[in-house]
Design a protein around this ligand. Structure first.
Ligand SMILES: C[S@@+](CC[C@H](N)C(=O)[O-])C[C@H]1O[C@@H](n2cnc3c(N)ncnc32)[C@H](O)[C@@H]1O
Length: 212
């Protein structure tokens, strides 16, 4: 879906937080590992997750595991109108929330794709992304605890699509626990602690993906 509506409509289209929380809780208790979180990210987590994106230069940002759009909204509030955003979510209910929430409200080049990051490279190719064309990957996924095929799907896509200075920023709800995982796969890893989130968490900002 590509939106081309009014930019200033975004603020009036703020996420309905209470319904998001109920939807997250319901899904978490049913599919725990697939959702990975009982609560959507706080605005502090969303801001931290995009804090290393160079918005004045970014032409293409890819968001993984968009949920109900807590981080999508922060991205849209920060980008230039010419920046393209591709936002990926696997779950059908979350995907519908995203479409309803952001439809006609962004005035940006925003596309939502429903699919599994296991096939991330093919998904990006399918929407015309070129080799080395992505400025930033913003991830709400529980990447280290995904099935191996999904982790490899992400890492392959990064190797193929990341610009040399591309950042991969990934939220976590267990501060620093997965640092060895990120250090194993990236040459440069920084951790940003985010206390104001339920539960308190943080963001790994990673560059220089290593070959698998
Ligand atoms: C922890 S939630 C984060 C949601 C949102 N970004 C936020 O911060 O509030 C993780 C999201 O990733 C999605 N997800 C999990 N595995 C996925 C996969 N393999 N491919 C695409 N999305 C996935 C889940 O459906 C869920 O919406």
């Amino acid at each position: 879906m590509t939106d081309g509506g009014q930019r200033d409509g975004l603020s009036s289209n703020r996420p309905a937080r209470i319904s998001d929380h109920f939807l997250f809780m319901r899904k978490f208790f049913r599919h725990r590992r697939k959702i990975a979180s009982i609560w959507p990210s706080s605005r502090f987590m969303a801001r931290a997750c995009i804090s290393q994106v160079n918005f004045s230069q970014a032409r293409l940002i890819v968001e993984l595991g968009a949920g109900t759009g807590a981080i999508t909204q922060a991205i849209l509030a920060a980008i230039r109108p010419t920046t393209r955003v591709i936002s990926i979510e696997r779950d059908g209910d979350f995907f519908r929330v995203l479409q309803d929430r952001f439809h006609g409200s962004a005035g940006h080049h925003l596309e939502f794709l429903q699919g599994d990051v296991t096939h991330l490279t093919d998904m990006l190719r399918g929407c015309g992304v070129n080799d080395g064309g992505v400025d930033a990957f913003i991830s709400g996924l529980g990447t280290p605890s995904l099935p191996e095929t999904a982790r490899e799907g992400i890492l392959h896509a990064l190797q193929w699509a990341a610009k040399p200075d591309c950042v991969f920023s990934n939220i976590t709800e267990i501060p620093l626990y997965y640092l060895p995982f990120y250090r194993r796969h990236f040459g440069d890893v920084q951790f940003e602690f985010v206390p104001l989130n339920v539960p308190p968490g943080g963001v790994y900002h990673c560059r220089q993906v290593k070959r698998l």
